[in-house]
Design a protein around this ligand. Structure first.
Ligand SMILES: C[S@@+](CC[C@H](N)C(=O)[O-])C[C@H]1O[C@@H](n2cnc3c(N)ncnc32)[C@H](O)[C@@H]1O
Length: 381
């Protein structure tokens, strides 16, 4: 399908980029002036579309999208570039222009005026304009902070459900303050697991079931485990409610996250592609064990049933950082965990048989952030 320009949502571009790399492990991703747009090379059409279907942070692709820095051009020259693009990418059927902004306005480049001019260009080329149900949409995206425009024929419109708030955790029958936002839960599942075909997902401490709902809705077999029967019943009610039509993908069982070998179905042994972990913190919920010991035992147990390419995403509370890191964090520098020391956490993860890949920080509120860690299976022995 030619080279694609992947357009990421604005909420956390660095995390969305990490998700994209996980979903398209064979792709070459090259940067553009905007942290939200990445050129994707070396990807088969089907793979690209599958990633778009399941991604949380990928909004759409633009086919061979044209990226322009407004500091290096004027509007006449820009319009000429788009005309050349349209010559090289003719379409048949009806068309519409859709424009949106990310991160603020670009002074003196009015998006609505530019969209109007693009509409006139298309009309001048003899295209039928259909604003309701066009066969093709010419997208124009303005990234204010990067002072750049992206333009091109749009493929897909991302998961609209994530942007319009339709899938809030608070809508589910069983809600607790610990429930994760579906957009983050989906991203974590994708980052941990990679392409859907890799295999099943396990959430060893499932709480209200947010991760396994997203795993099931993205077409992966999923198992949620919790030590408390109230959570097991609640998470199952949420799964039944959210996964109408695909309930077979997800199951919730009562069990101990430290004994995954005894809990996951036999045929999943050595096949689990992704683990998503949002462990308890604060008051110890498991008798005599502290939370670090619980996490260490859970990661060792996960390693024992993991597929060779498996990954995990672990979410840990951290103190807010100043400045707030918008890019991947440096894992070599001390990170301000709410509980315990970062060096000890790194040792715990390595000793359980996992290689840390990346870390990103997301703000929760003024006095709390969360660290989203991604790790891969380390070769055994
Ligand atoms: C922070 S909550 C998970 C929240 C979840 N991500 C959500 O969206 O609702 C942690 C969960 O771990 C469970 N838990 C604690 N110890 C456990 C253990 N040893 N085995 C399995 N689950 C455990 C708790 O019952 C709790 O529901």
């Amino acid at each position: 399908m030619g080279d694609l320009l992947a357009c990421l949502r604005g909420w956390h571009p660095a995390l969305a980029k990490a998700e994209l790399s996980a979903l398209l492990p064979e792709a070459d991703l090259s940067p553009t002036p905007s942290a939200r747009w990445w050129r994707v090379g070396g990807v088969e059409k089907l793979e690209g579309l599958e990633a778009l279907d399941v991604a949380s942070g990928l909004q759409c692709y633009l086919v061979d999208g044209v990226v322009t820095s407004v500091e290096e051009t004027d509007q006449t020259a820009w319009l000429e570039t788009v005309r050349t693009y349209l010559n090289h990418h003719p379409v048949s059927g009806s068309v519409a222009v859709r424009g949106w902004r990310q991160g603020g306005k670009i002074p003196e480049w009015s998006l609505s005026a530019l969209c109007g001019r693009l509409g006139a260009v298309l009309h001048g080329r003899g295209c039928t304009i259909d604003l309701e149900h066009p066969d093709h949409v010419l997208a124009l995206i303005a990234d204010g902070p990067a002072a750049s425009l992206a333009c091109g024929w749009m493929v897909g419109d991302g998961q609209a459900a994530f942007s319009n708030g339709e899938r809030r955790a608070g809508e589910r029958p069983f809600f607790k303050p610990v429930s994760l936002d579906p957009m983050l839960a989906r991203l974590a599942v994708n980052l941990a697991t990679g392409p859907v075909s890799r295999g099943p997902v396990v959430d060893p401490m499932t709480g209200t079931g947010g991760f396994i709902i997203e795993a099931a809705l993205s077409g992966r077999p999923a198992l949620g485990i919790d030590i408390h029967s109230e959570m097991v019943q609640g998470a199952q009610a949420n799964v039944d409610w959210a996964c109408e039509g695909a309930p077979d993908h997800a199951r919730v069982v009562r069990g101990d996250a430290m004994r995954l070998e005894d809990i996951v179905p036999e045929e999943w042994n050595g096949q689990v592609a992704g683990f998503v972990l949002d462990p308890p913190y604060g008051r110890n919920s498991h008798g005599s064990l502290d939370n670090d010991a619980l996490l260490a035992a859970c990661l060792r147990s996960a390693r024992a049933v993991a597929a060779p390419l498996a990954g995990f995403v672990l979410i840990l509370p951290v103190h807010p950082m100043d400045p707030h890191p918008v890019d991947e964090v440096n894992l070599e520098e001390a990170l301000p965990l709410l509980r315990g020391e970062w060096e000890a956490m790194k040792t715990l993860i390595a000793e359980a048989g996992w290689h840390l890949q990346s870390g990103h920080v997301e703000r929760v509120h003024r006095s709390l952030s969360r660290l989203i860690l991604h790790a891969r299976c380390a070769p055994q022995g």
